[in-house]
Design a protein around this ligand. Sequence first.
Ligand SMILES: CCCCCCCC/C=C\CCCCCCCC(=O)N[C@@H](COP(=O)(O)O)[C@H](O)/C=C/CCCCCCCCCCCCC
Length: 216
Amino acid sequence: MAGTEEDQKFCLQEVLDTFKLCLSENKEVYLEHYVAGWRGLIKFLNSLGSVFGFISKDAVNKIHILVTLLNGESGSQYVTVQSMVTYELENDLVDLTKRGSHPESGCRTLLRLHRALRWLELFLERLRTSSEEGKTSVMCSEAYNESLSQFHPWVVRKAAGMAFCMLPGRPAFFEVMNVGPAEQVVAKLGEALPLISEVYQITEELYTRQSLMDLP
Ligand SMILES: CCCCCCCC/C=C\CCCCCCCC(=O)N[C@@H](COP(=O)(O)O)[C@H](O)/C=C/CCCCCCCCCCCCC
């Protein structure tokens, strides 16, 4: 009997497939697939144990906000990240300089995941090019320090740093990815990274153009 989504094992191939679906022909980012990509990644995070629970909880909350917008009465405006940005800006639905009446806008929520996507890109690139003895905790904290950490207060940085120390070694990490031997994992990461990178770049350019990079 098939289990629930939470019971299913993480599979890197599935995340790869989801990120492939993210981009439309004219390079718009589909919110539905973007969110599905994160859901897959959270499955991986949950399999690492409860020490990562506070990270997973925050990511799940953000996904929940976006899914609620997607399924809401203005859902058709949230099909792509581009249409979401246009809709929310034209209708004054974004707190641009300080938190106010729109603390859960799609734009600010997606920005948090977008910043985390940069961490993921840096981390996966380190994993892909690491040796068998490479320490995932070091790769993870280097990637974090180069990206997400600048947006987090001291207490979050400290808690994240402690959680990273609990990461399993590279072989166990690769095992959880569920795509076969290490060489295949490395090849799959090589396929996934350009897709993640492109989604990141397109969002980054859009947010920069619209001056949305510092949403409170
Ligand atoms: C291909 C498979 C291998 C890699 C699998 C990676 C799986 C990662 C899955 C999820 C990553 C979590 C994404 C976290 C989003 C964080 C968003 C954020 O920055 N939130 C903060 C700001 O939000 P607001 O307060 O402004 O609403 C919030 O304060 C954060 C709280 C929680 C701490 C976030 C620490 C992030 C560390 C990211 C590294 C995750 C380590 C995973 C280890 C594999």
